[in-house]
Design a protein around this ligand. Structure first.
Ligand code: AMP
Ligand code: ZN
Length: 463
């Protein structure tokens, strides 16, 4: 059974979904005022691995991700670039974000929702909080009255005593010691975008965005809410206050927070300037699959120190896996199948799943994969692996790839007839009967596949 660290309970808990075999999941997306850095991407990759592993375990996952396209930082930087139209400024970073995700094999959410498209939903939520007595107004801004919500602090484990009752904070981000009544709706300021609403002119605070959008698409109570640990306070604490005060119901069952990517002992962040974007790394000639490998190889609950040494190690590991796949694809094998190989695949998948069940222990899961690779490599050399095992081994790699995404997924020949032709062609080439090899290639072509012989070995693709 899958166990996940739930920040709310502070415990490792067996995962149980509200609806049978379905998971509703909200992931706080990027704030689109610059290119995301690889620290941000580490978080998006851990969420992708979680989503993919839930699917692997048979859940249907419905994921919403928000795009924070209005907040203190987007407004600050669009102003600094002299771009009046906020959406015009943020759209290019939204697009760049999805390009990065695609390069890293991060699955698209079912809906990526923009904050600026949901102002009306935010206003309605604030009005509901108003009607229930959780808000007050001051100088055109509306605040959440945390004294009216006794559960405030349950996620970040705040000591309620320390909270400054009646004091206010207008910033989107602030520290625990500054826990105060936070802003839901901000009065208009000169040079800032504003919306005319029943609350008066102005713009939303950051926290109300996620409460309004998550509840709109996933309902008042849903399964999983994710982010990195910096979002626990104040963002997620405030989301709980807003959502539970309005609905009177528990907001989220599992709060899952990833640890940070760090550089020289410090959190990678835009404000510190100690960051790399994916583009920076690709410009250095680093393969995007290697970047993904580095970012997911350390379990999400541990900090990950980003170094070029880690990149080198990931390159070596990934090369071993790729070479293995290529060897299995092209090695001439005797006909038949081996019980040992079949059992080995099963055992490895079981070990992989057991490791992932333990709070997504990707390091242990990868160790199980490498043990298996070593064993199968030896079995190939010893002639134990037979032609009918080829499909099974490649299919097993494909299953792993559905969760960890080590490379672009490709088709495995589940059609045994085509697999047989491939095997015959490998044998023909081995015995230098190139006329027969070409004839078989034409036959495979007629059945819808193109075979290419490259320096790295044989490749195939659908016609
Ligand atoms: P932002 O674009 O700042 O809203 O952040 C997007 C996501 O990246 C959020 O879930 C953050 O918590 C997360 N994040 C920010 N910095 C880091 C870091 N150094 N390591 C891992 N995740 C991070
Ligand atoms: Zn959020």
């Amino acid at each position: 059974m899958l166990k996940l660290s739930n920040t709310l309970s502070g415990k490792l808990e067996p995962f149980k979904s509200i609806k049978l075999n379905q998971v509703s999941m909200y992931t706080c997306g990027p704030t689109v005022y610059a290119h995301v850095h690889i620290g941000n991407l580490r978080t998006f990759i851990f969420q992708d691995v979680l989503k993919r592993f839930l699917r692997y375990k048979g859940f249907k996952v419905f994921q919403i991700m928000n795009i924070t396209d209005v907040d203190d930082k987007t407004i600050r930087d669009s102003g600094a670039h002299n771009i009046k139209d906020l959406r015009k400024f943020t759209d290019r970073y939204t697009q760049a974000f999805f390009e990065d995700c695609q390069k890293l094999g991060i699955d698209k959410p079912d809906h990526a929702v923009h904050a600026t498209d949901h102002i009306e939903d935010m206003v309605k939520l604030i009005q509901k909080l108003q009607s229930k007595g959780f808000t007050y107004e001051k100088d055109g801004s509306t605040y959440f009255k945390i004294a009216a919500f006794p559960n405030y602090g349950k996620l970040a484990k705040l000591d309620f005593e320390g909270i400054q009752i009646g004091a206010r904070v207008d910033l989107d981000e602030y520290e625990k010691q500054d826990a105060r009544d936070f802003v839901l709706w901000k009065a208009p300021k000169k040079g800032e975008p504003r919306w005319e609403t029943p609350l008066g002119p102005g713009r939303p605070g950051w926290h109300i965005e996620c409460s309004a959008m998550s509840m709109k698409y996933l309902g008042e109570t849903f399964d999983i809410h994710c982010g990195a640990v910096d979002l626990i306070f104040p963002h997620h604490e405030n989301e709980i206050a807003q959502s539970e005060a309005s609905s009177g119901k528990p907001f989220v069952h599992f709060w899952i927070h990833g640890e940070h990517l760090i550089v020289d002992g410090e959190k990678m962040s835009k404000s510190k300037g100690n960051f790399f974007t994916l583009r920076n790394l690709l410009d250095k000639g680093i393969d995007p699959w290697v970047v993904r490998y580095v970012l997911q190889s350390v379990p999400y609950k541990s900090q990950l120190n980003f170094t070029m040494n880690a990149v080198k190690q990931a390159e070596t590991s990934l090369k071993r896996l790729r070479d293995f796949k290529q060897r299995v694809k092209t090695q001439p094998l005797d006909s038949g199948k081996s019980l040992k190989v079949q059992k080995g695949c099963q055992t490895m998948l079981q070990n992989f799943e057991n490791a992932m069940n333990k709070d997504l222990n990707t390091a242990q899961a990868l160790a199980a994969v490498f043990d298996w690779v070593r064993e199968v490599n030896t079995d190939i050399t010893d002639g134990i692996v037979k032609a009918d095992d080829r499909c099974l081994i490649l299919g097993t790699l494909d299953k792993l790839n559905e969760v960890l995404v080590l490379w672009e997924s490709e088709e495995v020949f589940l059609d045994p007839q085509i697999q047989q032709l491939i095997d015959q062609r490998i044998q023909a080439r081995k015995s230098k009967d190139f006329i027969l090899a070409d004839k078989i290639r034409d036959e495979i072509f007629n059945r819808g596949y193109i075979i290419e012989d490259t320096r790295e070995g044989m490749r195939w693709k659908k016609r």
